[in-house]
Design a binder for this molecule. Structure first.
Ligand code: BES
Ligand code: MN
Ligand code: ZN
Length: 499
């Protein structure tokens, strides 16, 4: 999608225009008033008669019937000015861009200052537009032989008409669109089926991001994992025909490799459950079990382009979780990279095994802070549903920074506790240091308590996106399927982090 910024005087050369309209506004925007004059007062009439709706996110399309050089105007309601927020603005842009694209228009102009309010200026709103336009018009990559049914047309050009500061506005639209594109990359990876997005393919995707945006990378192969002692990740891979990959990306924004923030993403490309086999219903959609890895890759793509002054280490342990004569079994005892031994009580609690070695690798490679992201437990879906990502931490201050980023991006997170009793039960085993599945009572918490044994004292935030990585229904910011959740939050956290 291409974005351009033009002076407002060029407004009238447009075919399709987007205008925001607040509810019961006492001081209508000069552009709206000017258009109203040219239309002999009919715009104001339409607003009064509710032919043009001002309720939050309602879209009304009018044809100007030759009264203006503009052919049609998409009005999008913004609700009451004093209830307006960044989230409403983002979703309103998303909704109207989807409508414009759905109606088959490939170019549109936005009257930017019809979307501002005392606390949200044009520079800020520009970023939200860039982000929302990119996210909302995302389409799923599919494998159909031919397009069936109606033709698809994409919104390709978004022009912004404004008398504001063009340089700052252009820069911010760009930042917004980078955020959107990074999240869309994550969506595409998650939507890919497990036979296509194998660990090998995911490694190739990571290398291509690294090469395109100038990141350092390293892909650890099975023999390297063996010599590094990554017995937990290797145990998950034992039943698979596909070789495992430990995918490493490095972004260095500081002179020296210090104060490293590690982003560790669960990269299970398909989760059958292993011998603790999933049911025929719950196994469907387990291609999404690399959602954490996708969030991290999407975030790295954003970070590599906005170039914050930070050092970031992305670590993605990747394999599928399969069954065969050689597969890991319940009762097996495995030795993780940390040296800690684990009794496997449930082969379907594989994510924490893969992450354990990812976390240890991160620590051994300079991580001062660790954020992990994973589609880790069905328990978090029961606890928090599909809108809110579960989070647990050993460092409230670090969590606050992640919370701030999640608010900025409209990706809500909610903290669950890690009570000492949960830790005790994770550390209980007759034969090993830990067990991987102490029970189903609050098992989102057991998963976090298990990871904490590998994180130890390093400041850490855990994000369980099992409920939020996918959505069943399309919404204002994209189609049903993968959401790309946490790519933007992670990137925003990195962009704003200070010790
Ligand atoms: N990948 C699943 C978690 C999951 C569930 C992701 C639903 C997305 C949607 C994970 O590996 C898993 O199987 N977790 C088990 C943990 C249990 C064995 C303690 C679960 O949630 O049942
Ligand atoms: Mn599992
Ligand atoms: Zn899993």
């Amino acid at each position: 999608m291409e974005f351009t910024v033009k002076k407002k005087e060029h407004l009238y050369e447009k075919k399709t225009l987007i205008v925001g309209v607040f509810k019961e506004d006492t001081s209508y925007n000069e552009t709206i008033l000017e258009m109203d004059r040219q239309m002999d007062g009919s715009l104001m009439d339409m607003i009064k008669d509710k032919d043009i709706r001002s309720d939050s996110k309602k879209v009304s399309t009018i044809h100007t019937l030759g009264k203006l050089p503009i052919k049609r105007i998409y009005f999008v309601g913004l609700g009451y000015k004093d209830q307006y927020s960044v989230d409403i603005a983002r979703e309103a842009f998303g909704r109207v861009c989807q409508k414009v694209q759905g109606d088959g228009h490939q170019e549109v102009s936005v009257v930017l200052d019809t979307f501002i309010q005392s606390e949200i200026d044009e520079v800020k709103i520009a970023q939200l537009l860039g982000e929302a336009a990119t996210l909302s018009t995302y389409r799923i990559v599919h494998y159909k032989k031919s397009e069936t049914g109606e033709e698809v047309s994409n919104l390709k050009k978004v022009q912004v008409d404004t008398n504001g500061e063009h340089k700052a506005i252009s820069a911010n639209i760009k930042v917004g669109s980078l955020y959107g594109t990074g999240a869309n990359k994550a969506r595409t990876l998650v939507n890919m089926p497990g036979n296509i997005l194998t660990p090998t393919k995911m490694a190739e995707e990571a290398i291509s991001i690294a090469q395109q945006y100038g990141l350092q990378y390293d892909i650890l192969e099975k023999d390297q994992m063996e010599s590094l002692g990554m017995g937990a990740l290797l145990a998950v891979n034992k039943g698979s025909e596909e070789p495992p990959k430990m995918i490493i990306l490095k972004y260095q924004g500081k002179k020296n490799w210090e104060d490293v923030i590690a982003l560790v993403g669960k990269g299970i490309t398909f989760d059958t459950g292993g011998y603790s086999l999933k049911s025929k219903d719950s196994i469907v959609e387990m291609k999404t079990d690399m959602g954490g890895a996708a969030s991290v890759l999407g975030a790295m793509e954003i970070i590599a382009q906005i170039k914050p002054e930070q050092n970031v280490l992305a670590v993605i342990p990747s394999t599928d979780n399969m069954i065969s004569g050689g597969a890991m079994k319940p009762d097996d005892v495995i030795t993780s990279m940390s040296g800690k031994t684990i009794e496997v009580l449930n082969t379907d609690a594989e994510g924490r095994l893969a992450l354990a070695d990812g976390i240890t690798y991160a620590k051994q490679n300079g991580a001062k802070y660790i954020i992990d992201v994973a589609t880790l437990t069905g328990g978090v879906v029961v606890a928090l549903g599909n809108e809110t990502t579960g989070t647990m931490t050993n460092d409230q201050e670090l969590l606050q920074s992640v919370e701030k980023a999640s608010e900025n991006c409209g990706e809500p997170i909610w903290q669950l506790p890690i009570p000492p009793k949960h830790k005790e039960r994770v550390c209980k085993s007759k034969v090993a240091d830990l067990n991987n599945s102490p029970g189903r009572d609050g098992h989102a918490i057991f998963a976090a308590a298990f990871l904490q044994e590998f994180v130890e004292k390093t400041p850490w935030v855990h994000l369980d996106i099992a409920g939020t990585a996918m959505k069943k229904q399309a919404d204002d910011l994209g189609p049903s399927g993968a959401t790309g959740v946490m790519s933007r939050t992670l990137a925003n956290f990195i962009e704003n982090f200070s010790e």
